[in-house]
Design a protein around this ligand. Sequence first.
Ligand code: ATP
Ligand code: MG
Length: 416
Amino acid sequence: MNDALPGGTARWEPLEQIVRDWLQSYGYRNMRTPVLEHTRLFARGIGEVTDIVEKEMYTFTDALNGESLTMRPEFTAGMVRASIEHNLLYDRPQRVYAMGPVFRHERPQRGRYRQFHQIDVEALAMAGPDIDAEMIVMVARLWKLLGITDMRLEINSLGQADERAAHRAALITHLEQHRDVLDEDGLRRLYTNPLRVLDTKNPAMQAMADAAPRLFDFLGVASRAHFDAVCARLDDAGIRYQLNPRMVRGLDYYNLTVFEWMTDKLGAQATVCGGGRYDGLVELLGGKPNPAVGFAIGMERLLDLWDQYTPAVTVPECDVYIVHQGDEAQRRAATIAESLRDAGVAVIVHAGTGSFKSQFKRADTSAAAIAVILAGDELAAGVASVKMLRAAEVSTDSAQQQVPLDGLVAFLKDKV
Ligand code: ATP
Ligand code: MG
């Protein structure tokens, strides 16, 4: 779990702003759900036989009433629960998003943390391939907005329940024939979640997985048509993609379209965005049957990428830094600073006392564009000294000038 320190949050905040504007441009509205949910929500909503539910959740018993609670390992289950609970889908589809921390007990490494952040986007009660494609296209727009190139898109279709059942039977037969190469996870999942056996990273199982029957080949006419319609729209948008018939995604609840956006720039953690359709989830969680599709982006991975493509610039702590000498000047500084803030100028008043030299040193590290100096004689004469601190403005010490106190706010507002 990471601390974001002052310099680092300067990177998070503009990213969040870009993301909010981007989501708004597609009509998505913000939702905020609790970090804690009942464990059974995730067990049902994500699936018992998944990495997340089997070994990654932070689960504890509420000491007050003995309920089992879990810190959300992803957003979708909570978003769907809230939509059902508040009847959001009563008479209209919803485009919603959430952004915030999620928790998974994983082995930490670059791009893989135990508390990380997701941008989670959900389109509820929309069934068509048009919306699947729109979601993929909108992610492509985010890459463009952030100046990120070389992203790879992989897509697949998981079909519908009956198609998966037919495939599952064929797959189990195949797995049974290759029992000898299955690892512990593979054996355990053979009958509970055979599709996930193919999702293995174990090199000894790759040949067996490559030769396994492909779910894609079991798709019926309607599922194929849905998939083809998504592809046609991606072609319209000029987005390149690759069919990956092995992609099943980590969660149990997907059907039809699934997709992942990957990169080579993040070492082993290649996936930045993953999503797909999950038409059965709303009903599974107790709502009226409603189709849904969504995706999640890992913000730490996104930030890492953004840093590589668009290096950070230093963000000043304020526009104006006020240095002062003497009790009277310090009090005037506080009053003037409030007037400046009224005018929309960001101000730091040097805290406490100190020599001009030490105060100017702080002013300089704050990266403020302007220092205002309030001291004895000048103050008595009703003026302040204003000094431009940034090289781009002026380069010599003559850049210091006197400005009458009653015109100071207007003068500074003009300069920042
Ligand atoms: P992975 O295969 O990398 O474990 P996942 O399939 O578990 O990913 P999802 O559940 O689809 O990931 O989550 C969506 C996104 O959240 C991922 O594409 C990734 O960018 C990010 N993500 C997932 N787990 C972590 C983690 N432990 N730390 C940081 N980011 C993560
Ligand atoms: Mg994972």
